[in-house]
Design a protein around this ligand. Structure first.
Ligand SMILES: Nc1ncnc2c1ncn2[C@@H]1O[C@H](COP(=O)(O)OP(=O)(O)OP(=O)(O)O)[C@@H](O)[C@H]1O
Length: 687
């Protein structure tokens, strides 16, 4: 315990100038403590090394000059205008929102450095809301730009990063310290040095290399992060190898009874996958298996069969879904399959009312429930399983590694069998990294009768034509998705962009019932919109990529993906998988903003022709132009903060070697490493 306390990472509140308001804003970015802050990596850098003469200023640039006049103009909408001059000319700085303090600081005679986009208007050159620094204190150089949220300025973020970096100099006990020998020679640099290079790059730094993640400092951090994940998986694998699980054999008769009442026959691929799972479950060696199957391939029923094995032997199953909506969807489907067999199922989510929750929890603890379906709520300490024999995780990438363990540790003495379902096709090398040494079952064929989604690539210039087609489609009683893939510096902006799109579409499609979902909405609101869409009360669902996972609305057979050129093939394929689930022809329109780069053109064209997730995933690696497509890191598909396993895959063999080296030579260095990168070192230490 004492060791854990010494290792605890100071919260952001410990920083100078951070009070509850600022702390709350930082939390919106997922920044709770110093570690989160330091790992909140810049999304790009601005080159502010050279001061440009005002007369030559264009685009985004840095100027320096003396204020000659500051005044507030406009009575209805006051605006602060400050005229600034250098030897070459003058320009106006305009502020639509401003404080009295700013006005008082921009005194005539004071010298400022201003960074911003230069516009040329009828009045000459101007900058709107430039970033300002007193010329005497100007920092200049290569300046990091962070993802942020309203009320949290880039300057504040930079100042806080600076404070956090300063604390590292004293080598606090929570900072992992890898022996240099555990790093490949080109990456032998102290963690502090690498973090400093990221947040305070020197004037010689190459901003492009830093942004693209190829800079040695970035690679150094990436390596350490991958190493931490590798070590965590190895811990889990060892934990599983040493433990014992209940044997859960299934007699033929029970299987037949289940299959007899399904509305379809299992495909050969499903049978094969289940045979492998069934074999594992019949033994006392804890199963660790990944069930991979393309979108819509029918993984759910295979997972249900695994749960049947547990129930038939009097053991419980926990099924965890990434969202409430999916948990509800699974509970609904499984109930119809299990009810006739007397398998008792409960749905437990954050929304379950407290009395009902108490009743359910008692029933789970008393062994009166066989299958519990839920979301993160399942992980709360309050859930006590009487006999947990099987844990099934759907779309694991939405969970942290630590949460999986929390659940695992719940089966007193016994280790539950463990099955992960994923529709994200991951090439073998990467699967190792994400799932450790799990064995893999693949459902490699879709159920019969599926028509491939007809995929078209269309320039935004043809939007009017598209809208007319969409109108016809909706008038025919079918539903559709409109996916906004805007990549902005903050999720708030992405949400706002989706709102704007919804507004615009509402104008273009009168009478159409339009719903909106995005990541920044409250869970309950999001679920309500999704439920309305499922029920057919919404015709057109405008969404950010939050709908990527698992949603099943068969009547929605048309999807438009905006800015499709900015997404990778794997993600586009996941999105497209939301349509093509019902009868009749489905369509996916990939809308792009010209001009298309050659790589983007190839990518979209390939998606148009190919419908196989696994082939697409391989092709994705090949076609990804560096820095062009959103990396998996940013797309949120993986849990990494620095690493992009596709970009960084060349390190994987060395990551493995480094993990072995550390376990042998410096095992005491592992817990702080896990705590820093994954966030629950003590929990790993427990297992
Ligand atoms: N053998 C089968 N024959 C016909 N239909 C099937 C078969 N197996 C599953 N289905 C149906 O196919 C649809 C998709 O199955 P399911 O939801 O399990 O896919 P999935 O693999 O979980 O896909 P996703 O990852 O996209 O959620 C469901 O409506 C399901 O009832």
């Amino acid at each position: 315990m004492a060791a854990a306390a010494a290792m605890s990472i100071p919260p952001v509140l410990s920083l100078k100038g951070v009070g509850p308001t600022l702390a709350a804003r930082l939390q919106k970015l997922g920044v709770f403590d110093l570690r989160d802050l330091l790992l909140h990596a810049p999304i790009r850098y601005e080159d502010r090394r050279t001061v440009v003469p005002i007369a030559a200023a264009a685009g985004k640039c840095l100027i320096e000059g003396e204020v000659v006049l500051t005044e507030v103009t406009g009575r209805r909408r006051p605006m602060l205008v400050s005229r600034i001059r250098d030897g070459s000319g003058a320009m106006d700085l305009r502020f639509f929102h401003f404080s009295a303090a700013l006005r008082n600081r921009l005194l005539p005679g004071s010298r400022w450095r201003c960074f911003g986009e230069v516009r040329v208007s009828g009045f000459g050159r101007e900058m709107i809301h430039p970033e300002l620094e007193p010329a005497q204190q100007a920092s200049g150089g290569i300046v990091p730009v962070y993802a942020t949220t309203p009320g949290l300025s880039q300057r504040t973020l930079r100042r806080l990063q600076g404070q956090a970096l300063d604390q590292l100099v004293a080598a606090p006990p929570w900072l992992p310290a890898l022996p240099p020998e555990s790093l490949p020679p080109p990456l032998r640099m102290a963690l502090v040095e690498a973090l400093a290079a990221l947040h305070r790059p020197g004037v010689e730094a190459d901003p492009a290399a830093l942004t693209a993640g190829h800079h040695p400092a970035w690679q150094r951090l990436t390596f350490e992060e991958l190493l931490a994940h590798q070590l965590a998986f190895r811990n889990q694998d060892r934990f599983r190898a040493e433990g014992r699980a209940p044997a859960l054999p299934l007699v033929e008769q029970d299987l037949e009874r289940f299959l007899a009442q399904l509305p379809f026959r299992l495909t050969d691929a499903q049978r094969r996958a289940f045979a492998e799972i069934r074999g594992d479950l019949a033994a006392t060696r804890p199963m660790g298996r990944l069930l991979q199957g393309d979108v819509g391939s029918g993984k759910t029923v295979v997972a249900a069969l695994a749960a049947l094995c547990a129930a038939a032997n009097g053991w419980q199953t926990a099924l965890m879904a990434p969202t409430e909506l999916l948990a509800e969807q699974h509970a609904h489907t499984w109930r119809t399959w299990f009810a006739p067999l007397g398998v008792r199922l409960a749905l437990l989510t954050a929304r379950t009312a407290s009395r009902e929750r108490r009743r359910l929890l008692e029933a789970v603890a008393g062994g009166e429930i066989d299958v519990v379906v839920g979301t993160h709520a399942l992980f709360q300490r309050a859930v006590d399983f009487a006999r947990l024999g099987l844990v099934i995780v759907d779309e694991q990438h939405r969970f942290g590694v630590d949460q999986r363990l929390a659940l695992k540790a719940k089966a007193d003495g016994w280790i539950p069998h463990y099955l992960v379902m994923t529709a994200t096709p991951i090439p073998r090398t990467l699967a190792m990294l994400r799932y450790g040494d799990l064995e893999v079952s693949v459902i490699d064929k879709l159920p019969p009768g599926r028509q491939p989604v007809e995929t078209r690539v269309m320039s935004e210039a043809r939007r009017t034509e598209l809208i007319a087609r969409l109108q016809d489609w909706l008038a025919g009683g079918r539903q559709a998705y409109w996916v906004c893939t805007l990549i902005e510096e903050s999720e708030v902006l992405a949400g706002e962009a989706a709102e704007k799109t919804a507004e615009r579409l509402a104008g273009e499609l009168p009478g159409v019932r339009i719903g909106l979902v995005h990541g920044r909405m409250k869970g309950a609101d999001k679920e309500a919109v999704m439920a309305a869409f499922k029920a057919g009360d919404i015709d057109l669902l405008v969404a950010t990529t939050v709908i990527e996972v698992g949603v099943d609305v068969p009547n929605a057979g048309l999807m438009v993906i905006e800015n499709a050129e900015r997404l990778g093939l794997a993600q586009l394929h996941q999105l497209r998988g939301r349509v093509g689930r019902g009868p009749g022809q489905s369509y996916c329109i990939l809308l792009y903003r010209p001009p298309l780069t050659e790589a983007a053109r190839q990518r979209l064209d390939y998606l148009r022709r190919c419908h196989d997730g696994f082939t697409l995933a391989e092709k994705d690696l090949e076609l990804r132009g560096p820095g062009e497509v959103l990396g998996t890191r940013q797309s949120g598909a993986l849990q990494f903060k620095m690493a992009d396993p596709v970009r960084d895959r060349q390190w994987l063999p060395q990551v493995r070697q480094a993990a072995e080296w550390l376990e042998r030579h410096a095992p005491e260095r592992i817990p702080p490493l896990l705590a820093f990168w994954i966030g629950s070192g003590d929990r790993y230490a427990d297992v």
